[in-house]
Write a protein that binds this ligand. Structure first.
Ligand SMILES: *Cc1c(COP(=O)(O)O)cnc(C)c1O
Length: 347
């Protein structure tokens, strides 16, 4: 009998990365592999991305960037979420590009003992208010970076920001603010060769936001960043499938060894359906580690494979459909898939 598992279709992922990188060229593609590659597995997805059109990787934090280096990956890796304990010494030693949002981060980077300059990307906030220097803080951050560059302590590789995945109008306003910040930096003598701003949503629908590089995340995993357009419509292929066998069967009720602890969304229950032998059946109840399915009047047998979500081409729901059932976003469906489940890599 098969086991509860996550199947990760690397061929689908490569297809998506190729499609997206061709869409935005000549802008470069940076692939976001944060959160364990949105639950898919950091190293296999990082390697597949670099084989198929991405030329750099984005993680949240320095430890994940160092894990990428330990896997033998030499491509550009960008990390931008730092705390006072962040190991900047190792980050610089292993050529991790560092996002810098605040003076205190720059000061720690400048003070870190190092044999070469740190590669930094200065971040300005353009309305998301998550991190990034405010327009008021920006000139001081830029001036300090220019001074540190003159001393040979850092190289400013890029100026960047992040969009809120809001409306095209909000994105246009954020883009205008970004260009203002770029002009402020230029007036202070900071003119790095690279500007980046867009993630999946703006990368796909707003050519003027692509600038030098797009940081693609969710779209590369085959999930649409838009509510009103499916990944399939965009030509994307879902990458993750969650499956497990029917472990027991009693009076038309099948039990499956997957539950809420595996990342299955409680709010989706009542609407959610799973697929067995190409047909959909409703979930009756969800427990921490099991769920039950109404398979009355079917020929389902113990050991039959149950697909919770998958590519959507054999009757099953996609992660996007689960997101709609759970009133959440597709990121939450795949990235919450439990670490406990083995990842089986296909293609
Ligand atoms: C997560 C993230 C991305 C990728 O976003 P998607 O919407 O998943 O494409 C890009 N840049 C930053 C800073 C992020 O945090």
């Amino acid at each position: 009998m098969s086991e509860p598992r996550l199947e990760v279709d690397l061929e689908a992922f490569r297809h998506n990365v190729r499609l997206l990188s061709e869409l935005v060229a000549p802008a470069r593609t940076m692939l976001a592999v944060k959160a364990n590659a949105y639950g898919h597995g950091l190293v296999p997805l990082a390697k597949a991305a670099l084989e198929s059109g991405a030329d750099s990787l984005a993680v949240l934090e320095v430890p994940a960037a160092l894990a990428v280096r330990r896997a033998g990956i030499t491509a550009q890796v960008f990390a931008w979420l730092h705390g006072p304990e962040t190991d900047f010494v190792s980050a610089i030693e292993f050529d991790v590009d560092l996002g810098v949002s605040a003076l205190w981060q720059l000061e720690l980077i400048v003070a870190a003992p190092k044999g070469k300059p740190a590669r930094i990307h200065l971040k300005v906030d353009t309305g998301l208010h998550r991190n990034g220097a405010s327009p008021a803080e920006w000139p001081a951050l830029v001036s300090a970076a220019v001074a540190a560059e003159h001393e040979g302590s850092v190289v400013v590789e890029a100026l960047w920001s992040h969009l809120a995945d809001a409306s095209p109008e909000d994105d246009a306003e954020a883009l205008a603010r970004f260009h203002e910040a770029v002009a402020v930096a230029a007036a202070l003598g900071c003119r790095p060769p690279l500007l980046h701003l867009a993630a999946s949503s703006a990368g796909i629908r707003e050519p003027e936001a692509r600038l030098g590089l797009v940081r693609f995340g969710i779209a590369a995993y085959g999930i649409s960043p838009f509510d009103d357009q499916s990944g399939a419509r965009l030509g994307l292929r879902p990458v993750m499938a969650m499956r497990a066998p029917v472990s027991s069967l009693l009076d038309g009720v099948a039990t499956v060894g997957l539950g809420s602890a595996d990342g299955i969304q409680v709010p989706a229950i009542g609407k959610a359906q799973v697929a067995i032998r190409g047909r959909r059946y409703p979930i009756l109840a969800l427990d921490v580690d099991t769920l039950t399915v109404d398979v009355a009047h079917s020929n389902i047998a113990v050991g039959d494979d149950v697909t919770i979500f998958g590519p959507g081409d054999a009757g099953e729901a996609t992660a996007e459909e689960w997101a709609a059932w759970g009133e959440t976003i597709g990121d939450e469906i795949v990235a919450r898939a439990s670490e406990r489940l083995p990842r089986v890599y296909l293609g």
